[in-house]
Design a protein around this ligand. Structure first.
Ligand code: HEM
Length: 531
């Protein structure tokens, strides 16, 4: 009887679209209100925007407007360091709380470790280990163990020749396509071509030819942008995980991914089904390059990912590398050039530093190994200062509160809820970085901090800033590509400012989705007469 009535009601709803829509709206509102009323955040009166307390659509709306990174800054200004931004999520902006959420934990790891929030699963597009999106803390630790040596400074130093080959092609390409024609150069396009060429060089010791061609062949970079933007948009909508699977998401992006691997690895017929043999040949050809290391890593981790396969397991590491090198670095790189053209006095100082090393930026002169000294202190500080002010990874690095719960100032956050920090809010904290926090002032990195270390030693400002800033994340899941990112930016910047005079003819914009993209900037380049 009851089922019959229910069936008739359901049939009625489906027949009358208006009823159906009204029914869905009423149920959704009822769910939101119920969740709000029973929320522990409400009980503790955690402040935040009204709509954000009810629905994830609030944050999603601002993400779709591409302004969420700045909107979140405004929310923290209005409500303070702890803000309730989504039904299950708290945003934190106090750099002093960084270690509470991201710090290394004691031996009771399962009880106290904040693992990545479930929303990261959206970025998982196959059944292999995908570093950025892996939620399992144990697997991520194992991945880092197998991979950190080849992403270390020393590991990358072995590939310097490849960086320099990409630099030569960058200069040749810019000369041919812009300097000689006198046409403005779209900065982000060239930083992307350079990133693709670097990745091809360090992965398989070959030239992918993007800079030489001066164009995005087969929309390779565009495809990666589409994937990363889609992940950024969907990460805000938890229900998407209920209606998609890794296989579905992988298939949606299949064409873009296949194009990417074909063009980077110069394997024109690559497919995931048949690609393993090609990858094996390539890795044997260049054993000291990253493809070979990726192949070995996936085979060591295979036991944890029995559903995956060699071709997918190897290429997903390339995808992670690409997400950082192509998805993130180019946008901060644009800002480095932009800041230097706004502050010619630093451009001049950097040129002076470079002139002391034959106008060539060499990693040996930068990394203070073997008793040497860093010969580029201002150059390094200018790059660091830029990425502090314009961090391209600008989404909240959400973490799930572990069984221990967590205390954020006066608030207690129970297990299972999400807490997260985002780089813009943290990096612009006046109380931590000082009243001139929003100014481009590279010297700050070279000064001493007024407080001393625990052992009484002087504390450098660099050490202090790095303990609080959030550009590369923090703790156990800190960016593994941070040395690569610095090397890429310093190689690119050194080459450009050595070879060319730069005039900005169009300013960059900020477009936030997953990362903060900085398109729009155009420059006119002319050959420098004398260095
Ligand atoms: C300026 C450039 C870069 C910035 C600002 C940046 C920033 C970040 C941040 C904030 C995280 C933490 C993400 C989280 O906790 O959820 C991260 C993680 C990561 N980054 Fe980068 N990144 C950059 C370049 C790179 C490059 C070039 C690579 C290439 C290897 C890379 C690879 C990764 C990987 C694999 C992770 C995940 C590490 C883990 O979860 O343990 N990043 N990055």
């Amino acid at each position: 009887m009851f089922l019959n009535l229910f069936g008739q009601a359901l049939y009625g709803f489906v027949q009358h679209k208006l009823y159906l829509v009204t029914g869905i709206i009423i149920l959704t509102l009822a769910y939101w209100i119920h969740s709000y009323l029973k929320s522990p955040f409400r009980a503790q009166k955690i402040p935040g925007p009204f709509l954000g307390k009810f629905t994830n659509a609030y944050r999603w709306y601002y993400t779709m407007r591409h302004t969420w990174h700045r909107d979140l800054m405004a929310l923290h200004k209005k409500y303070g360091h702890i803000v309730w931004i989504a039904p299950n999520e708290i945003s934190v902006s106090d750099p002093n709380l960084r270690n509470v959420i991201y710090g290394f934990q004691n031996h009771k790891r399962d009880f106290t470790f904040f693992k990545k929030a479930r929303s990261y699963e959206i970025g998982s597009i196959n059944h292999d280990f995908s570093f950025v999106f892996e939620q399992d803390a144990g697997n991520a630790r194992l991945g880092k163990y197998h991979m950190s040596h080849f992403y270390s400074e020393q590991g990358l130093l072995d590939l310097e020749e490849n960086f320099d080959k990409a630099v030569d092609e960058l200069i040749e390409g810019l000369d041919k396509h812009h300097v000689k024609t006198g046409t403005p150069c779209k900065m982000v396009d060239w930083t992307e071509f350079f990133a693709l060429d670097i990745v091809a060089q360090i992965t398989a010791d070959q030239s992918a030819g993007f800079c030489l061609a001066g164009k995005d062949a087969d929309n390779t970079a565009y495809g990666v942008r589409v994937i990363l933007r889609a992940i950024g948009i969907l990460m805000q909508l938890p229900w998407v995980l209920s209606v998609t699977s890794r296989t579905i998401r992988g298939n949606i992006f299949l064409n873009y991914l296949t194009t990417l691997y074909r063009n980077l690895l110069l394997l024109p017929t690559f497919t995931f089904e048949t690609g393993t043999a090609d990858l094996k040949t390539l890795k044997e050809k260049s054993p000291k390059h990253l493809l070979s290391k990726f192949y070995n890593t996936q085979s060591k981790m295979r036991g944890h990912y029995p559903q995956g396969n060699e071709a997918e397991g190897t290429t997903i590491h390339i995808f992670n590398l690409i997400a950082g090198a192509l998805g993130v670095v180019p946008h901060t790189q644009v800002r480095v050039i932009h800041e230097l053209s706004r502050h010619p006095e630093y451009m001049q100082k950097i040129r002076e530093e470079l002139s002391k090393t034959d106008n060539t930026f060499r990693l040996d002169d930068f990394l203070p190994y073997n008793g040497g000294e860093n010969k580029y202190p201002i150059f390094e500080s200018a790059v660091r200062e830029t990425i502090r002010l314009h961090p391209a990874v600008s989404f909240s690095l959400s973490r799930e509160v572990p069984p221990s719960g967590c205390q954020l100032h006066q608030y207690h956050i129970p297990p299972g809820y999400n807490v997260g920090m985002a780089s813009y809010q943290v990096n612009y904290d006046e109380a931590y970085f000082g009243p001139d926090v929003a100014q481009f002032r590279p010297e700050r990195w070279l000064e001493d901090h007024p407080t001393a270390m625990l052992d009484g030693e002087k504390r450098s400002m660099k050490n202090y800033i790095e303990a609080g800033w959030f550009t590369f994340g923090a703790g156990g899941r800190v960016c593994i590509g941070r040395h690569l990112a610095m090397f890429m930016m310093m190689k690119f910047t050194a080459a450009i400012i050595r070879e060319f005079d730069i005039r900005v003819v169009k300013e960059p914009e900020e477009v936030h989705t997953l990362f903060n993209e900085m398109p729009g900037m155009e420059v006119l380049l002319s050959r420098r007469c004398a260095v």
